[in-house]
Design a protein. Structure first.
Length: 248
């Protein structure tokens, strides 16, 4: 697993506007309610999004309004799910997952972002083959006394496929179809996750440095600020020393 595999889980996310997060979660709730129904007890995707919204103090009224829009109880925008693929600086593979009510606008904005930072928008499936879809449950080991063997045993018994260990985190990997059951089983045992989602995990990584690294981070910041962009997956890796230089 790369040290910088997904911008949403790394440096920079703390600085983005909370309103921007709420807009994105609201769109996801609308789509989840439309696809799986308005009852969170019967719609695990919706239940997880509600929890994510409440974690950033998203008002209950906003959540309920989004659910009603998705279920047809209120008029609302019709969002389309689109995935764009391309290459960033240094040959980094990039997947951009969007929810949009205007395909032409979003496509133009994504293309412009790639071009401005030395990347290029590609054809469908040009980089998707470099990733596997996995459920990823992240535990922060710096703020707890979690023991690696105990976490690994609990994860495997819950049905996880594997666990990746770093100095800062335990990342529990599941098959997408097992994500909700593994998450629920571990939460019942008292585990609390700093991030839990189904992601596109890269099979291999590309190390970038210097201007390539700088421009990749700027590209990801542009995507992060775009309300249409829900998440971005890359196979980028930046080593610790390089990150210190970039942050200096």
């Amino acid at each position: 697993m790369p040290k910088f595999k997904n911008f949403a889980a790394r440096k920079g996310v703390q600085d983005r506007a909370k309103n921007n997060q709420m807009v994105k979660i609201a769109r996801q709730i609308i789509v989840a309610a439309r696809n799986g129904g308005p009852d969170p007890n019967a719609n695990f995707k919706l239940k997880g999004l509600i929890a994510k919204g409440r974690a950033i103090n998203m008002p209950i009224d906003n959540i309920e309004r989004a659910i009603k829009k998705g279920s047809g109880q209120l008029e609302g925008e019709s969002y389309e799910e689109i995935r764009y693929e391309g290459y960033g600086p240094g040959g980094v593979a990039v997947l951009v997952h969007c929810l949009t009510d205007n395909r032409n606008r979003t496509g133009a904005e994504v293309r412009a972002a790639f071009n401005k930072r030395g990347g290029s928008l590609g054809e469908p499936n040009c980089v998707a083959w470099m990733f596997d879809e996995k459920g990823v449950l992240t535990l922060d080991r710096t703020e707890s006394d979690l023991e690696e063997d105990a976490v690994m045993m609990a994860a495997l018994e819950a049905g996880a496929e594997d666990m990746v260990v770093s100095e800062e985190e335990f990342e529990i990997l599941t098959a997408p179809s097992d994500f909700e059951s593994v998450k629920s089983a571990l939460e019942e045992q008292g585990f609390s996750f700093v991030n839990a989602d189904v992601q596109m995990v890269p099979k291999n990584t590309v190390n970038v440095a210097g201007d390539d690294a700088k421009n990749m981070l700027k590209l990801l910041e542009v995507f992060e600020d775009n309300d249409d962009v829900q998440n971005v997956s890359t196979n980028m890796e930046i080593d610790d020393a390089e990150m210190e230089l970039l942050q200096g």
